[in-house]
Structures are given as C-alpha cells and as structure tokens.
Design a protein around this ligand. Structure first.
Ligand SMILES: Nc1ncnc2c1ncn2[C@@H]1O[C@H](COP(=O)(O)OP(=O)(O)OP(=O)(O)O)[C@@H](O)[C@H]1O
Ligand SMILES: [Mg+2]
Length: 298
C-alpha cells in the first residue's frame, strides 16, 4: 500500500513559478481578496475574541459561531474556468503574505481512490490528512488541494454510491472536522465541476464557496489584449476574436482553457517556424474550432 503515491505534487511555498502565474490570471486579485478576507478570519480567532470584548463587551454571539467555521474552500464551476490555477495561486499568495516558512502545497492524487481493495480509499485519505497536518507546525502552514473532487466527495445519498465511496466521504468530512484544531494552519481547497453531487455535509462546511464561470465577452477581450499584445491587433480583429469565441449556433462560449490551451497552440503551429504569428492564423483556427461542451450541473 505504501507504494501508492498519495500526492501528485508537494510544492514548497512561496513558489516563484506560481507568483508569476498569478499575474496571467484575469480577476485574480478580486478573487484572492474575497477568499483571503474569509480565511483571515479563520486564522485570527484569538484576535476575534479581543475584538469582541473591545467593541461589543464580549457579547457578540456570532463570533463564537464564526469560530466554528471549517478551513475548507470549495471552488466549483465548468471545465477550464480556472479552478485549479486559482487554487494553486491563491495558496501561494496566502503563504506569501503570511510570512511563514517551509509551507507546503499538497495536491491530492486521484490515486487515493486506490485499487479497489476494501477500505483502501478511506485508509489512503486518512493517511493523506495525517501527512498534511504533520507538515503544519507552529510557524508553518499546509494547504491541501483536492482537485477533481467529484468522485471523492460525492453525496452519500446517491443511488450508485458504493460503500467504499461512503467511507471515503466520511473520512473526508472527519479529516476536515479535525483540521479545526489547527487554527487555520491547514486549509483545504476542494475543486469540482459539479457542486450538485458534492455531499451536503461538505458544502455546509465550506467557509468559502467560489463559483467559476466561462469568461464573458469583456473578459475574453481582456485575455486577448493581455496575451496577444505584441501583435498589436486592430479593433475589428479583436472584435472578431471576441465574437468568434462567444456563444453561437447552439455552442457555448469558449472556456479559458479552450483559448489558452487549444486556440493559441494551434495558431502558433500554423505560424511556426517559418514566419511570425498573424491574426490570420488565429482567425483560421477560431473559425474551425468549437468550445468544450458544458458540464451539466444538475
Ligand atoms: N482567470 C483566468 N484568466 C486567464 N486564464 C485563465 C483563467 N483561469 C484559467 N485560465 C487558463 O485556463 C486554463 C485552464 O485552467 P484550469 O486548469 O485552472 O481550469 P479548471 O477549472 O481547473 O478546469 P477543469 O475543470 O478541467 O479541471 C489554464 O491554462 C489557465 O491559464
Ligand atoms: Mg482543474
């Protein structure tokens, strides 16, 4: 069992690669501020008591309720809308701003699902939580990203939910409950395409819930301006790209990853190595490519 790697990666934070990546994400600052303010509350429980005494004679009951929050953020939304990228970059910035040392970002592997042996998934998950909490110390933080969590976190009430899966969700809930003892030094970010299948007990525990959407026309425009600035596209050219990546003929608008990981490389491949990248290359690809289908969240 020890041979199974529980984590896809363990990254020491702050990480310069992630600091650079955050600059390339539209709307990062806004999202970060929202998430940070809420997580900062979790991190400052002692100060909250003092604040309550000072401003409300210690009688503001909701402070005790807030103190019971769980260090869990849920990022949900359609494919390719930035959940994973934001989770990593937000984790990085949180650590960067908290001026701690040796903090680690753990990314849970789907391999915790195990090979199907009875009890394996629950055991691997429990082991993962153990490792993450061990990594957190007095001045250190640990952040656990559970990516593509749909299968791990699926509601126990679902008809097709097997006993194994139920055990895993229970272990996940238990793990998150136990994290409250760490006073915010361990935070879990759970990413999913389908919040509707996530167990209600997990949804209820989330101190932070962030929805991710496909970029609007305005956001696509900003993305093209940021990524293609060197091409000095004309206004009609920009408009063409914005429009052709919008909703059309029964197809949804493009995702961030449709644009960045499909359109750009395909256009570049047309130009490279013989000449410069031109608007024509982008237009050719944009005209023939289609957006990723929407993940239904019913
Ligand atoms: N806010 C953003 N601004 C610019 N680019 C973005 C943004 N969000 C995501 N992207 C780009 O989209 C790509 C996919 O992002 P990411 O993998 O984080 O999506 P995801 O929501 O986790 O998708 P999936 O549901 O498929 O796991 C990345 O290459 C990233 O650069
Ligand atoms: Mg992802």
């Amino acid at each position: 069992m020890n041979e199974i790697k529980i984590f896809d990666s363990e990254t020491v934070l702050p990480d310069s690669g992630l600091s650079a990546k955050e600059q390339t994400l539209l709307g990062f600052e806004k999202r970060y501020e929202r998430v940070r303010d809420q997580l900062r509350l979790l991190l400052s429980m002692d100060e909250l008591g003092v604040w309550n005494k000072k401003h409300h004679g210690g009688r503001l009951a909701l402070c005790a309720l807030v103190a019971e929050q769980y260090p869990l953020a849920i990022f949900h939304g359609d494919v390719g809308t930035g959940k994973t990228a934001m989770a990593e970059c937000i984790a990085n910035r949180l650590i960067h701003e908290s001026h701690t040392e040796d903090s680690v970002l753990f990314k849970l592997s789907n391999r915790v699902r195990g090979s199907g042996k009875v009890g394996e998934m629950g055991t691997l998950l429990a082991e993962a939580f153990h490792k993450v909490t061990q990594a957190a110390g007095r001045g250190r933080r640990a952040i656990l990203v559970i990516d593509e969590a749909d299968s791990l976190a699926a509601a126990r009430s679902q008809n097709h939910s097997h006993h194994e899966d139920k055990v895993a969700v229970n272990t996940l809930i238990q793990g998150i409950d136990d994290l409250r003892r760490y006073g915010g030094r361990v935070v879990v970010i759970l990413c999913t395409n389908r919040s509707s299948v996530v167990d209600p007990a997990l949804l209820r525990r989330a101190a932070v819930t962030e929805e991710f959407k496909r970029p609007s026309g305005d956001e696509r425009r900003q993305l093209f301006v940021m990524d293609l600035g060197a091409l000095a596209l004309t206004e009609p050219e920009l408009r063409y790209l914005v429009d052709s990546t919008g909703e059309r003929e029964g197809h949804p608008e493009w995702t961030y990853s449709d644009i960045r990981t499909r359109l750009y490389p395909a256009a570049l491949a047309l130009a490279f190595p013989n000449g410069p990248l031109r608007f024509d290359h982008l237009r050719t690809v944009a005209a023939t490519m289609q957006a990723s289908p929407v993940v239904e969240n019913l």
